[in-house]
Design a protein around this ligand. Structure first.
Ligand code: GLV
Ligand code: GLV
Length: 325
């Protein structure tokens, strides 16, 4: 019996050949179509392997149904570094492995976080909308003056792989970098990127830019809320490429409306794909649709890595990026 593999969204092409070589592949080939939870629970049971995306909620109920079907589900390979869409504890209880795609998207994600920082500081989308609307009547001394990026202070919340690469980019812009993390980084890493460890409140009150790089978990839910936004400078800009619910989005709207902070660059949203409607009409906010890892090369690597975890399991090896025991 060849293993049965389900791929829940259309993914970069190379990954399919890896999967076709080892199993029977059923795949959603409609680009941009995300299966509803009902559709997923109708289709997933009876597969050995699931290659899924962060848009799929893999909860205890679905895992239970997949564990009692025949064949039984063996591995959920998430094509993402974050796996908060999967109930990993329930998977572990059902002896279902879970894997992610760490490392390969870190630079690409830091690139976009820095792009959002620059775009928000220098008001690029707003200036571009102005030009396209035919309003550019000549160079102006006051036209679209924004915040200075080089030489400013960046606060990095979550100094894992992506946070550290954000610091590396910031050091090229002569920025002072503060970081807050569950633990202090080794001295050689602090030295390499000129990182200074500090408390959350200290970081928030001193930074011109605050960039979030923590995974989402109950401990990071609304890590940035009303209290934290109130600590930030009125000139400060918040950048979020981590997960939407790390920020209390309604509190963020209020802080932006009242001028408590100056702007925000957001790649992720609390109730994605929904966005707080007030944000859509604010000029000082740059909004992109969860594309931090979206370079052609990185997405191809992510799909291949997710597929390789399935291939390893089929071949009787431990999936290299398994996140549970
Ligand atoms: C994207 O958000 C990811 O977790 O890979
Ligand atoms: C601006 O274009 C300048 O020359 O200062």
């Amino acid at each position: 019996e060849r293993p049965k593999i389900l791929v829940t969204q259309k993914i970069p092409a190379d990954a399919y050949s890896l999967l076709h070589a080892i199993g029977e592949v059923e795949a959603n080939m409609d680009e941009g179509v995300i299966w509803s939870p009902e559709e997923l629970s109708r289709r997933a049971p009876g597969h050995d392997y699931l290659l899924c995306l962060l848009t799929d909620t893999i909860d205890a109920r679905l895992l239970g149904a997949c564990a009692s079907a025949s064949p039984r589900l063996k591995l959920v390979a998430n094509m993402a570094v974050g796996y908060n869409n999967i109930d990993v504890e329930a998977a572990t209880r059902q002896q279902i492995a879970v894997s992610n795609t760490p490392g390969i998207l870190s630079d690409t994600t830091a690139d976009l976080a820095f792009a959002l920082l620059l775009a928000t500081a220098r008001r690029l989308p707003e200036a571009e909308r102005f030009l396209r609307a035919g309003k550019f009547t000549g160079w102006g001394p006051l036209l679209f003056c924004g915040a200075e990026v080089h030489g400013s202070t960046l606060g990095i919340i979550g100094a894992g792989r992506i946070g550290q690469l954000m610091a590396k980019r910031a050091s090229g812009f002569d920025m002072r970098v503060l970081y807050y993390n569950t633990k202090c980084l080794p001295a050689d890493i602090e030295d390499a990127y000129q990182l200074t460890y500090g408390g959350l409140d200290e970081l928030l009150s001193q930074s011109d830019f605050v960039s979030l790089h923590v995974p989402y978990a109950s401990s990071t839910h609304h890590l940035i809320g009303e209290r934290e936004l109130a600590l930030m400078k009125p000139s400060a800009i918040l950048v979020n490429t981590a997960r939407g619910p790390v920020v209390d989005e309604k509190a963020l709207v209020r802080a932006l409306q009242s001028g408590q902070i100056a702007g925000a660059g957001l790649d992720v949203f609390e109730h994605e794909p929904a966005v707080e409607p007030e944000l859509l009409s604010m000029e000082n906010v740059v909004l992109v649709p969860h594309i931090a890892s979206a370079s052609l090369k990185t997405r191809a690597r992510m799909a291949t890595m997710a597929a390789e975890n399935i291939v390893a399991h089929v071949q009787g090896q431990r999936p290299p990026n398994q996140v549970n025991r």
